[in-house]
Design a protein around this ligand. Structure first.
Ligand code: NAD
Length: 498
C-alpha cells in the first residue's frame, strides 16, 4: 500500500509506530496510509528549524519575496497534478480543488510584497534630538495545524506569511488528506527555500499535543472544529505561546423580500452544496424574511436542488463530489435524522444516495429542510454536509438577530436591493465576515480572514496585515545621538518629551 510520510530537513526512513488510513472517497476504499509522527520526531524537526531559522531571518526581505514569486510560478505549473491529488483524497471536484489551491496562492501573492509591509514606522524628532522607530521581527519557530477541508489553501495561509516574515514553520496537516501539503513543501524547496524553514510532520492528537507543549515553538495557528480549537487555544496559551485558533461555523443567508430570487437560488446552490457543504464559509442556513418570500424562494429552490449533479470528483459536470470519509457521511446522515426527530420538515432527503458504479463511495445527496426552528440541535450545531436548512423570519429585525445570537459567528450573507438595509445589517450583525449579495464572503488575501464567537479563539486573524502581526513581534527603539556636549542632569521623574 502507498505510504505517505513527513517532509523533514533531516534523513528519516518515513516509518512510524502508528498509521492512519487515507480513503478514496469516490470508491470508499483505503488508498494509502499516512505515518503518524510523535514527540521524538517533532523534537528533531524543531532542532532542524532552530538551525535554519536565524540565517533565513537575516535574508533581506526582497530575497525572501523572490522565493515566494518562484513558488507561485511552480504551483501554477503543477496545478493540474496538485488539484487531482487534492481531489483524490478530499473528494471535492477538480475545478473546486483548483480554487482551493488558487485561494492559497493569493496569500503567496500578498507575501511577494512582504518588503513593503515590513518597512516599519519612524518618527523623527519625537523629543529634543530624539527619534523613535519600530520594526517587526520574526518570532522564531511557528507551527500550523490544519483541517481536512482546505488542504491547499489553509496550509498556504499560514506557511506563506510565517515564512515570508522570516520564521521557520512546521505544518501538521489533516491526516485525512495529507499529500498536497507535502507536495507544496517540495515545491517550496524547488523555489529556493532553504532546508529546515518549512517542514511537514504528519500526525494526530499526539503530534498536536507535542506541538502545543514544545517550548521552542513560539506560535501556533490552528484551523478546525470549535471544541478542538478551544482546546488548542487554552493549552497553547498555558504553555506561553501566541495562539490563533479558528473553529466551526453555521453561516446564515438572509433573503429580503426585495432580493432577486433567481440570483439567490443560484448563489445558494453553490454556497450550500459546493464541496458537499464541507466549507467553513458555506451557507447551510437560509432565512427568508416574510411568508411571501419564503413561499416564493422554496418554490424556486426545490427544482434547483433536485437538478444538482452529484458525481465522482473527476466528473467535470458534477456540482459536488463525495464527502471525506464514511464516518463523516454517517455523521451528516445522523444530523438529518435529528432534524426529522426534532420536527423540521424534510423536503428533500439526501440519505441513502448511491452513485451508479460507485456504490461504496461516500456520497450524500442534497438535502433541504424547511420550518427549522432555533431551538433544534440540528440548527444549533454545524453539520458540514450538503444540507440546507430554511428558518423563516417575520421581520428584518428577527433575521439580523438569528446569526447574531448563534454560537458561531464566521460568515453571513444578506441578499437585498436596499442599500440602507444592507448598511444597517453590516453594522449590527454579530459576525466576523459579511457578504452583501455575496454568498461566500471569504475576504481577499490582502484583507483578513476570521470569525467571531465560537468560530475563532485568540484575537488575530489569518493573512493580510493581521497575519503579519501574528507571525512577528514589534520592537520599538527610542534613540538619541548627543552632539558630544554636556550629558545633562539626571532625571528622576518619568521622561516626557513635551
Ligand atoms: P478537526 O477539528 O477534526 O481537525 C483539525 C485538526 O485538528 C487536524 O489537523 C486534526 O489532526 C487535529 N485534531 C483532531 N482531533 C484532535 C484532538 N482531539 N486533539 C488535538 N488535535 C486534534 O477538523 P476537520 O474535521 O479536519 O475540519 C473541519 C472543521 O474545520 C469544521 O468544523 C470547519 O468549520 C472548520 N474549519 C474552520 C475554518 C475557519 O477558518 N474558521 C476553516 C476551515 C475549516
Amino acid at each position: 500500500m502507498r505510504e505517505i510520510s513527513h517532509k523533514l530537513a533531516f534523513a528519516h526512513d518515513g516509518k512510524a509506530a502508528r498509521y492512519s488510513d487515507v480513503f478514496d472517497p469516490n470508491n470508499g476504499g483505503v488508498q494509502a496510509r499516512v505515518a503518524l509522527g510523535d514527540k521524538a520526531l517533532l523534537d528533531l524537526a524543531v532542532e532542524a528549524a532552530k538551525k535554519a531559522q536565524p540565517a533565513w531571518a537575516a535574508v533581506n526581505p526582497q530575497r525572501r519575496a523572490r522565493v515566494m514569486f518562484n513558488f507561485k510560478a511552480l504551483v501554477e505549473k503543477n496545478m493540474d497534478e496538485l488539484a487531482h491529488l487534492l481531489s483524490s483524497e478530499h473528494g471535492k471536484v477538480i475545478a473546486d480543488a483548483k480554487g482551493d489551491i488558487q485561494r492559497g496562492l493569493e496569500v503567496i501573492e500578498f507575501c511577494c510584497g512582504i518588503p513593503h509591509v515590513l518597512k516599519g514606522e519612524y518618527t523623527q524628532g519625537a523629543g529634543p534630538g530624539i527619534d523613535v522607530y519600530s520594526f517587526r521581527q520574526p518570532l522564531g519557530i511557528g507551527a500550523g495545524i490544519t483541517p481536512f477541508n482546505f488542504p491547499g489553501m489553509i496550509p498556504l495561509w499560514m506557511s506563506g506569511v510565517a515564512i515570508a516574515t522570516g520564521n521557520a514553520f512546521i505544518l501538521k496537516p489533516s491526516e485525512r488528506d495529507p499529500s498536497v501539503p507535502v507536495r507544496l513543501a517540495e515545491l517550496f524547496l524547488e523555489a529556493g527555500l532553504p532546508e529546515g524553514i518549512l517542514q511537514v510532520v504528519q500526525g494526530d492528537k499526539e503530534m498536536v499535543d507535542a506541538i502545543l507543549d514544545h517550548p521552542d515553538i513560539k506560535a501556533v495557528s490552528f484551523v478546525g472544529s470549535s471544541d478542538i480549537a478551544h482546546y488548542v487555544y487554552k493549552r497553547g496559551v498555558d504553555a506561553g505561546k501566541r495562539v490563533q485558533a479558528m473553529g466551526g461555523a453555521k453561516n446564515h443567508g438572509i433573503v429580503m423580500p426585495d432580493a432577486d430570487l433567481d440570483q439567490v437560488v443560484n448563489d445558494l446552490s453553490g454556497a450550500a452544496f459546493g464541496s458537499a457543504g464541507e466549507r467553513c464559509m458555506a451557507l447551510p442556513v437560509v432565512v427568508p424574511v416574510g411568508e411571501k418570500t419564503a413561499i416564493a424562494l422554496r418554490e424556486k429552490l426545490i427544482p434547483a436542488i433536485e437538478a444538482l449533479r452529484v458525481g465522482v470528483s473527476t466528473d467535470a459536470e458534477a456540482h459536488y463530489g463525495p464527502v471525506v470519509t464514511a464516518a463523516h457521511k454517517q455523521k451528516i446522515e445522523n444530523w438529518i435524522q435529528t432534524g426529522v426527530d426534532e420536527g423540521a420538515e424534510l423536503v428533500i432527503d439526501g440519505r441513502g444516495f448511491k452513485l451508479q458504479g460507485h456504490e461504496e463511495g461516500f456520497f450524500v445527496g442534497p438535502t433541504l429542510f424547511d420550518h427549522v426552528t432555533t431551538d433544534m440541535e440540528a440548527y444549533k450545531e454545524e453539520i458540514f454536509g450538503p444540507v440546507l436548512q430554511m428558518v423563516r423570519a417575520e421581520s428584518f429585525e428577527e433575521a439580523v438577530s438569528l446569526p447574531s445570537k448563534h454560537q458561531y459567528g464566521n460568515g453571513v450573507a444578506l441578499f437585498t436591493r436596499n442599500g440602507h438595509a444592507a448598511r444597517e445589517f453590516a453594522a449590527r450583525v454579530d459576525v466576523g465576515m459579511v457578504g452583501i449579495n455575496v454568498p461566500i464572503p471569504v475576504p481577499v488575501a490582502y484583507h483578513t480572514f476570521g470569525g467571531w464567537k465560537r468560530s475563532a479563539f485568540g484575537d488575530t486573524n489569518q493573512h493580510g496585515m493581521e497575519g503579519v502581526k501574528f507571525w512577528t513581534k514589534v520592537k520599538t527603539i527610542t534613540q538619541r545621538w548627543p552632539d558630544g556636549g554636556s550629558s545633562g542632569d539626571s532625571a528622576f521623574v518619568i521622561p516626557t518629551m513635551g
